[in-house]
Design a protein around this ligand. Structure first.
Ligand code: SFD
Ligand code: AMP
Length: 650
């Protein structure tokens, strides 16, 4: 067993996670910190240059307002989430996001421009970029702002520590290095949890040789949610997962194809399920008023696809890349231009994936797919927890004061923008619920907003809190327990990591411990089969959810037996602990909201319709008591700050 050294870090503001929101937070906090003599430190489990969801790069900036107003954006977001959003949070990001995008350009990010020098739009809100190095560019700006001495990489933060004298306030955090035997104990006045969303809570569609492949990054393991939930912060909309429609197997995103190339999708038999769904008497008319809005809400687009493929059996669903390319090329004035245009379109099609989902490009190449010659299969993926895209899960936070009405102020504002219900604990990006469609640029913007407010909090609350040394010692022992479990019991293993016969890695079978891979399989199976994963065709009911809760209880009982062979596996163990708490919160939220509000994300088969009267004007929230291991469910009102009547176009 390794000997662990303890490293103590004392700072004013700790930023946990250096992804898109974390980078925005660094840029902003660096500025305000210098003016206020505040020390800012950022910690990430990976290397900031390529950490988080944007590691591989992106091919679009999905939130840019241009000349649109925050109310325009709000109407789009509210409709897309079937009426569920916090107007104040959405409009707050919207009014600042142009500034962030212009910053990106200043940092050196190439944004596509047309001949007139204007940004090239993918859709109304999206801009095309040459974004392979997007994260590296943004991270560099963040590092420059706070200074390299204040960046701690390769340290996994396990959980937050309360102030010894105030359980409604945070004063520290504990984690460990994933490279050296070191435990990190942080002390701070405030912290910003921006550790992303969650992947691999549900069974992915990828198996065997593609195991682990997902659309959202597998290293987003529910840490934001775990840290805020464990600290006792109120959480919101944990039932709202995002199921993206993606190119089959490689999980290539569809946005550029639908919006830029204007491709259409049909069922295998050629049926135009989207057009028919919208037509008079079509399925979308069963979901008023959202079935009639434009663009069709993301979940309803999925819903139509699911009916066609799973229920009617007309799969696969095809996206007609070939027809889309041919149509654009045909608009050329002459044959020579058409040929050139075809080559350009081909290059753009490949770059879309090479910039952000390289595996999809590899899969196309491996399968001899030429997008200009044939259609590709798309399908709904497994559920993800991503407050920044078309999901809505995350922390319940205070909004900005100036956007509140007299009615909303008492519900949505408690002193500091983006502070959770725990003092000194802020969040942003995937960590914050009910302000969907922020994407990379909006997450960066929300990180800036939260960091500015957190520095203000530090200035106005200058006393350093006190953490409980006994609690620290208890957690130090807990962190390394999986390494001990392995060392103590490894001799009893029936199989090593490699079978002699086939020379294939297999999992160890040992009655005394559970490997991280086994644990994740067990979690995935429970969630897939009982909590509306793809394996149960996104269906669940009170019966299945209660079965899942029983099984999760038993899984939780076994998690102290997790075993790690090395520091990397130690991280894998704790990531699974993070995932499991979010899995439970999610099942409880689904059980609580007795309606089907997001068909295409999940179906409560025992409540198959939207219940506007009971659930149309409320958020489902929860508070976790870590000592009692108990969730309390509650509702909070949806208060509209603006009346929106028109249906907006794309
Ligand atoms: O089209 C710990 N996203 C897209 N956004 C766009 O604007 N345009 C696109 O084209 C997008 N597409 C897309 C996107 C994502 C992915 C994976 C693909 C395609 C393939 C979404 C954005 O990427 C997303 O909205 C933001 O990145 C969210 O930002 P943030 O900061 O909330 O999460 P993060 O960037 O993943 O960062 C999290 C950080 O936390 C670290 N971390 N550190 C310490 N301790 C722990 N316990 C930790 N746990 C996590 C991570 O290392 C990371 O640095 S399209 O398909 O939608
Ligand atoms: P995606 O690639 O699916 O993540 O989508 C990128 C952006 O395009 C997001 O803003 C989506 O909401 C939007 N989008 C994707 N497909 C469609 C569609 N068929 N209609 C309208 N908007 C879409």
């Amino acid at each position: 067993m390794m000997n662990f050294e303890t490293v103590e870090v004392t700072t004013d503001l700790l930023i946990i996670g250096a992804g898109m929101a974390g980078s925005g937070a660094c840029v902003e906090a660096g500025y305000w910190a210098k003016n206020n003599n505040v020390k800012v430190t950022v910690v990430d489990k990976a290397a900031m240059e390529r950490s988080g969801a944007v590691a591989m790069g992106l091919s679009a900036i999905n939130q840019y307002q241009g000349d649109n107003t925050p109310v325009d954006y709000l109407s789009y977001v509210r409709q897309d989430l079937m009426g569920l959003c916090r107007d104040d949070l959405v409009m707050d990001i919207s009014r600042h996001v142009n500034g962030s995008v212009h910053m990106f350009e200043g940092f050196g990010l190439p944004i596509w421009k047309d001949e007139g020098g204007n940004y090239v739009h993918e859709g109304r809100w999206q801009l095309m970029i040459n974004g392979e190095s997007y994260k590296a560019i943004v991270a560099e700006a963040g590092k420059n702002s706070i200074g390299m001495d204040n960046l701690i990489e390769r340290v996994f933060v396990l959980q937050l520590l309360h102030d010894k004298n105030d359980k409604k306030k945070v004063a520290g955090a504990i984690g460990f290095s994933v490279r050296e035997p070191k435990i990190y104990v942080f002390k701070f006045k405030a912290c910003l949890v921006v550790a992303g969303g969650a992947v691999h809570i549900f069974r992915p569609r990828s198996t065997g040789e593609g195991l682990g492949r997902a659309w959202y990054p597998p290293w987003n393991a529910g840490s934001s949610s775990y840290m805020t939930t464990m600290a006792g912060a109120e959480m919101s909309s944990q039932e709202v997962v995002f199921i993206p429609a993606r190119f089959k197997d490689g999980y290539g995103p569809v946005g550029a194809w639908f919006l830029l190339f204007k491709a259409t999708a049909t069922a295998a038999n050629g049926f135009n399920y989207m057009g028919e769904g919208l037509a008079e008497g079509g399925e979308l008319h069963n979901w008023p008023p959202y079935g009639k809005v434009k663009p069709i809400p993301t979940c309803l687009r999925n819903h139509l696809m699911m009916i066609e493929s799973y229920r009617k059996g007309n799969f696969p669903i095809l996206i007609h890349t070939d027809k889309a390319i041919a149509k654009i090329a045909a608009e050329s004035p002459d044959e020579k231009t058409k040929k050139r245009r075809l080559k350009e379109l081909e290059a753009e099609a490949w770059e879309d994936f090479l910039d952000m989902t390289i595996s999809q490009a590899i899969l196309w190449a491996a399968k001899d797919v030429f997008p200009e010659e044939s259609a590709s299969e798309i399908m709904p993926s497994e559920p993800y927890f991503i407050g920044s895209h078309s999901g809505a899960s995350g922390a319940w936070v205070s909004g900005p004061e100036d956007l509140q009405t007299a009615e909303s102020k008492s519900e949505y504002f408690w002193g500091y923008n983006r502070m959770t219900t725990i003092k000194g604990l802020f969040s942003a990006g995937d960590g914050v619920g009910n302000s969907s469609h922020k994407f990379s640029s909006g997450s960066f913007t929300e990180g800036r907003i939260a960091a500015k407010a957190a520095v203000k909090y530090v200035v106005e609350n200058p006393a350093m809190g006190e953490i409980d040394p006994a609690e620290v010692e208890r957690l130090k022992a807990k962190i390394v327990q999986p390494l001990k479990n392995y060392e103590e019991h490894k001799g009893y293993t029936t199989l090593g990591t490699v079978t002699k016969k086939y020379d294939l890695p297999v999992e160890e079978v040992n009655p005394n411990y559970i490997t991280p891979k086994m644990a994740i399989f067990r979690l995935n199976k429970i969630m897939d089969e009982y909590v509306a994963g793809w394996g149960s065709q996104y269906n669940c009911s009170a019966t299945t959810l209660n079965i899942a809760l029983d099984l999760l209880k038993m899984l939780k009982e076994d998690l102290p037996k997790l075993a790690a062979r090395n520091l990397h596996e130690l991280m894998r163990c704790w990531e699974n602990v993070h995932r499991t708490l979010l899995a439970e919160a999610h099942a409880r939220h689904k059980l609580y909201r007795e309606e089907t509000r997001w068909p295409g994300y999940y179906y409560r088969v025992d409540f198959p319709k939207m219940d506007e009267q009971k659930w149309g004007k409320v958020f489902a929230n929860s508070v976790y008591d870590a000592e009692k291991d108990e969730f309390t469910m509650l509702t909070r009102p949806i208060i509209h700050l603006v009346d929106i009547k028109e249906v907006v176009g794309m």
